[in-house]
Design a protein around this ligand. Structure first.
Ligand SMILES: [Zn+2]
Length: 186
């Protein structure tokens, strides 16, 4: 256990759009939807100003209900990927039961933080480095001082966890996409 709160649940000041993080509306949402679809997940867009279903943190943060990830144009991409990764790390039979709060353990939370950055590499114009920088900007805290330092040097348990789940290639440091989302874990 790292004993460090990674989750963006800290009561830190949020400056929303002024924090400069990448928002869903800044990129092509179809690219994100296509990526999520590879994992058997559905991206549901929410109208500007409407409440986001299943959003644990409220405001603009992404929501989860079953295998659907809800996001608005002003939802930070890192938040969307974080919540999506909570579903991705779960076996399909457990995804259906998810509503709003998917966190299972510190180990799972750590794995999610690493995987969300990796998925940034799979979205055109984003990249893992941008996701890690946005996590810092949003108020995630890491023992080594930054998300990138955690990712590079302090996340051995998370890499091992993700490898066991067959979600990453730890040598290449790339995510492993399921060929057939519906067949994964079967
Ligand atoms: Zn989380």
């Amino acid at each position: 256990m790292h004993g460090i709160p990674h989750h963006p649940d800290l009561p830190l000041e949020r400056e929303g759009e002024q924090s400069g993080v990448l928002l869903l509306r800044d990129i092509d949402a179809d690219d994100v939807a296509a990526l999520l679809a590879r994992y058997g997940l559905h991206l549901q867009r929410v109208e500007d100003g409407a409440p986001i279903p299943g959003s644990y943190w409220g405001e603009s943060e992404a929501g989860l209900i079953g295998t659907t990830v809800y996001a608005r144009g002003d939802t930070p991409l890192h938040s969307l990927l974080h919540e999506a990764c909570h579903l991705i790390v779960l076996p399909p039979e457990r995804r259906a039961a998810v509503h709003t709060d998917a966190t299972d353990s510190v180990e799972e939370e750590d794995a999610v933080c690493v995987l969300q950055a990796l998925l940034g590499d799979l979205i055109p114009g984003v990249g893992a480095a941008r996701i890690l920088a946005d996590m810092d900007a949003w108020g995630y805290t890491f023992r080594l001082g930054s998300a990138a330092a955690y990712f590079d040097r302090d996340a051995a348990d998370a890499w091992a966890w993700l490898r066991r789940a067959r979600l990453v290639d730890p040598l290449e440091r790339t995510p492993l996409l399921p060929d057939e989302p519906h067949l994964r874990h079967s």
